[in-house]
Design a protein around this ligand. Structure first.
Ligand code: ADP
Ligand code: ASP
Ligand code: MG
Length: 413
């Protein structure tokens, strides 16, 4: 008997039949004595469809308040359908939207942060033997406005719910049966990990592995919520995200996973004065536009001039290019050029801390495949390179091979 929060993603609730399948899984858990709170996403494709409708009316600046009212409807459909499917099976259930629960957030529409969850009504329902079905991805601010938590945000709703309710485990059901060494859709030899540390999962998520939303992992680490990633379609143990490495073989791994991000674009401000304040004068106004900058590189100056390169989200590429071109004279830059056909490819592993030479193995493997590195950045447990997008699949496979990630016990040196 356990208290479980089970989250089902878009594909898992993508059709009526799949919703009925989810209801059966919840019924099985109830029959074995578990208390269950279910968090669901919108049916697959629905959030994109709703955003598309909004863009037809407001192509440029979308009204974020109304967009949140719109996109939150996707999850409202699934909670009602799942509650109905459960009742059809004779399982007592009750659905709640984020504002009914209530999941209190700040007012940052489309990227709101959860501040509090009113757990009393949920616990009352659980005590009364009900399954509680909560809409993921959404909340309500202190003024009663509907908010959403960013794409993939149902993961965060589920982990926050598990933390608030002190659940025994937060189970994230999706269309893969766990966290793999890399996206199994890109490298078919990717291997499922039995466990991964929060720290590594956080790096993987922030470097582009969309299997879990970054904030969900942050939340899980902060409140020490055990999270397990499982398949809705294939039974198994999935991947447990743990606080430490435990006694499993992962501690021998130098590299635990490969992540990539296809959403980046690179911009160079060339031939600017190599003097104090130049980075601030370029990036300060970009930060003021609320645009996030990722990798940053500044060359050593020559003849008093330097080149300054950085990456932003691809959706912001045109905006930043136009903005900087408008400031070219003011910055006294020789040229401003960019490329929105680049990707960031990264290796992640806590084992890197104690081993030298990982970077050179990475660079060697990529160079042997003729892959040019445009930018390089490292931190304690990750190394990232920016490369041409056409080389992404080749790069992922080369690194998977180099670090022997397909093998059961890998990287032992
Ligand atoms: P859901 O709709 O259930 O939230 P997502 O599409 O958000 O599902 O996340 C699952 C997907 O994440 C998988 O289909 C897979 O392609 C992708 N993915 C990326 N990196 C990894 C990884 N390292 N391990 C497993 N899946 C990954
Ligand atoms: N439906 C939302 C999305 O597509 C939230 C989620 O699925 O987690 O991003
Ligand atoms: Mg997701």
């Amino acid at each position: 008997m356990a208290f479980l929060v089970k989250k089902f993603g878009g594909t898992s609730v993508g059709t009526v039949e799949r919703i009925q399948h989810v209801a059966k899984m919840v019924q099985t858990a109830r029959q074995s004595g578990d208390d269950v709170v279910v968090v669901v996403s919108a049916m697959s494709g629905e959030t994109n469809r709703l955003i598309g409708l909004a863009k037809e009316i407001m192509p440029a600046v979308v009204d974020v308040r109304e967009l949140d009212v719109l996109v939150s409807t996707g999850e409202q459909v699934t909670i009602a359908l799942l509650a109905m499917a459960l009742k059809e099976l004779g399982v007592d259930a009750r659905s709640y939207t984020g504002s009914q629960v209530k999941i209190l957030t700040d007012s940052s529409h489309s990227k709101a942060r959860i501040l509090n969850i009113d757990k009393a009504p949920i616990l009352d329902d659980i005590k009364a033997g009900k399954v509680v079905v909560v809409a993921g991805f959404q909340g309500v601010d202190e003024h009663g406005n509907i908010t959403t938590l960013g794409r993939g945000g149902s993961d965060t709703s589920a982990v926050a719910m598990a933390a608030a309710l002190s659940a025994d485990e937060c189970q994230i059901y999706t269309d893969v049966d766990g966290v793999y060494t890399t996206d199994p859709r890109v490298e078919s030899r990717a291997r499922r990990l039995d466990r991964i540390t929060f720290e590594e999962m956080l790096e993987m998520a922030s470097l582009g592995s969309k299997v879990l939303q970054i904030r969900a992992v942050e939340f899980a680490g902060k409140y020490n919520v055990p999270v397990r990633v499982l398949s809705s379609f294939k039974p198994g143990e999935g991947t447990l995200i743990t606080l430490d490495e435990g006694e499993n073989h992962m501690e021998q791994a130098l590299v635990s996973g490969i992540a990539f991000n296809r959403d980046e674009a690179q911009i160079t401000v060339a031939g600017v004065a190599d003097q104090p304040g130049i980075a601030y004068s370029i990036l300060g106004p970009i930060a003021d536009l609320n645009i996030e900058v990722d990798v940053i590189l500044q060359n050593i100056g020559e003849n008093g001039l330097t080149d300054f390169t950085f990456t932003v989200h691809r959706d912001e590429y045109k905006r930043v290019m136009d903005f900087l071109k408008g400031r070219q004279a003011e910055l006294n830059a020789e040229a401003i050029h960019g490329n929105d056909r680049i990707v960031k490819l990264s290796i992640v592993g806590v084992g890197m801390r104690s081993h030298a030479g990982i970077a050179s193995r990475m660079f060697k493997a990529l160079s042997e495949n003729g892959i040019n590195l445009r930018m390089i950045t490292t931190s304690e447990i990750k190394i990232s390179v920016v490369i041409d997008e056409n080389f992404l699949e080749l790069g992922v496979r080369a690194l998977h091979e180099e670090f022997e990630l397909a093998d059961e016990v890998n990287n032992v040196s």
